[in-house]
Design a protein around this ligand. Structure first.
Ligand code: TRP
Length: 350
C-alpha cells in the first residue's frame, strides 16, 4: 500500500506559531523525509464556510494568507500538492453518501464539535453544514486514500469519525476506502500551545497569537508582554514552569544551540527551569531569551513570506495546478465509491 498524507487548515486567518509546532513543522519534515508517495495539503475553504458562510470575503482573503504561510514554512509544491477544497467538488458528493453512515447523535457526541458549538453560541440553531463537517472531513481524507493525517490534537475525534465511516462503508459495500491514522507532534508542549495570555488556546478573537508573519517588533512586544506565573512576584520567589506559557514556548521551540548562543550560563532548558522553580530567576531574563529564540525561528519564515507575497499571481497558479491535480485523484475515488454502491450506471459509456 502507498503512504499518502492528507491534511489541511481552514482559511480563517493567518497561521500562528501554534499551527507551526502543532502541525506545519511536522508536515514539512514528513514531506522532506521522502517516505511518502504523495502529499496533499488542503486549504479547507468549504469547511471554513460552515461557520463563516456569512463572511465569504474573509475566507477568500485568507486563502492566499494560508498558502503564503505554507510555502514560507517550507512546504514545496514540487513535493506536495497544495489545493483548494471547494474546487474539488467530488468531495461534496462523497460527503452526501457518507452521511448515510453517520447518526445525528454520533455527530453531537464529537468532543471537538461540542466545544466549537459552545464557543459559537449556536444554541438550538445549529447549522446542518457545521454539524456535519466531520463527515466532509472524512471525505477529504478518503478521497485521497490518505494513510497518514498529521494534525493537532483537537482533530483526533475527526480521525476517529473518518475511520468509523471507512469501516462502515467497506463493510456494507466492499473494500474500497483506506483507514487513516493521525500523526501528532512528539513533544507534549506542541500539542496545544497556549496563548500569550495563558489561555488554553491561541485564537485570533482573543488576540493572544504570535503569527508567522509578525514583524520582529511585534514578536518582541508580544513575548515581553506574556503572562507568566502570577505568584512569581519577586525574583527570589519560587516560580511555576508547568502552567507558565513562557516555559511552554521554550519547551516547544528552544534547542541547546539557542542556549549556547543566547544564554550560555545554562546548558539546557531543564537547568533554566530548575533555577526558576527554586527562585532567583526573573521573568525578564526568561522572556529575553524566549524573544531571541522566537526571533531566530521566525525570521527566515517571515523573510521568505515577504518575498513570496510580491508575486500573488504565482501563488494562484500554484493553487490552480494543485487543485486540478487533486480533483483528478478525488474523481477516481468517487467513481470507485459509486461502483461499490452500485450507482455507476453510465460508467461504461464514457
Ligand atoms: N479541520 C481542520 C482544521 O480545522 C481542517 C481540515 C479539513 C482537515 N479537512 C481536513 C485536516 C482533513 C486534516 C484532514 O484545521
Amino acid at each position: 500500500m502507498k503512504n499518502i498524507i492528507l491534511t489541511g487548515d481552514r482559511p480563517t486567518g493567518k497561521l500562528h506559531i501554534g499551527h507551526y509546532v502543532g502541525s506545519l513543522k511536522r508536515r514539512v519534515e514528513l514531506q522532506n523525509s521522502g517516505k511518502f508517495d504523495k502529499i496533499y495539503v488542503m486549504i479547507a475553504d468549504a469547511q471554513a464556510l460552515t461557520d463563516n458562510f456569512d463572511n465569504p470575503d474573509k475566507v477568500r482573503a485568507n486563502i492566499t494568507e494560508v498558502a503564503l504561510d505554507y510555502l514560507a514554512c517550507g512546504l514545496d509544491p514540487q513535493k506536495s500538492t497544495i489545493f483548494i477544497q471547494s474546487y474539488v467538488q467530488e468531495l461534496t458528493e462523497l460527503t452526501f453518501y457518507y452521511m448515510n453512515l453517520v447518526t445525528l447523535s454520533r455527530l453531537e457526541r464529537n468532543p471537538t464539535v461540542k466545544t466549537e458549538l459552545k464557543m459559537r453560541n449556536f444554541e438550538n440553531s445549529i447549522p446542518m453544514g457545521f454539524l456535519t463537517y466531520p463527515v466532509s472531513q472524512a471525505a477529504d481524507i478518503t478521497a485521497f486514500k490518505a494513510t497518514t493525517v498529521p494534525v493537532g490534537e483537537d482533530q483526533l475525534p475527526m480521525l476517529e469519525q473518518a475511520r468509523e465511516i471507512v469501516r462502515s462503508f467497506n463493510g456494507l459495500y466492499g473494500e474500497t476506502l483506506v483507514e487513516p491514522k493521525a500523526v501528532l507532534p512528539d513533544n507534549k508542549s506542541c500539542l496545544r500551545l497556549p496563548g500569550t495570555d495563558g489561555m488554553a488556546k491561541m485564537s485570533k478573537s482573543l488576540g493572544n497569537c504570535i503569527y508567522l508573519s509578525d514583524s520582529a517588533d511585534e514578536i518582541k512586544r508580544k513575548v515581553m508582554g506574556m503572562y507568566t506565573d502570577p505568584n512569581h512576584i519577586k525574583v527570589t520567589d519560587p516560580g511555576d514552569t508547568k502552567n507558565n506559557p513562557t516555559f511552554i514556548y521554550l519547551d516547544a521551540f528552544s534547542t541547546e544551540e539557542h542556549f549556547k548562543a543566547y544564554l550560555p550560563e545554562y546548558a539546557c532548558l531543564d537547568e533554566l527551569k530548575a533555577h526558576y522553580e527554586a527562585g532567583g530567576l526573573g521573568d525578564m531574563k526568561v522572556k529575553k531569551f524566549l524573544n531571541a529564540v522566537m526571533q531566530e525561528t521566525l525570521e527566515p519564515i517571515r523573510t521568505r513570506r515577504e518575498a513570496l507575497e510580491k508575486d500573488l499571481p504565482a501563488i494562484w497558479d500554484m493553487l490552480y495546478k494543485g487543485s486540478e491535480e487533486a480533483r483528478a485523484v478525488a474523481a477516481e475515488t468517487l467513481s470507485e465509491v459509486k461502483k461499490a454502491m452500485k450507482i455507476d450506471y453510465f460508467a461504461d459509456r464514457k
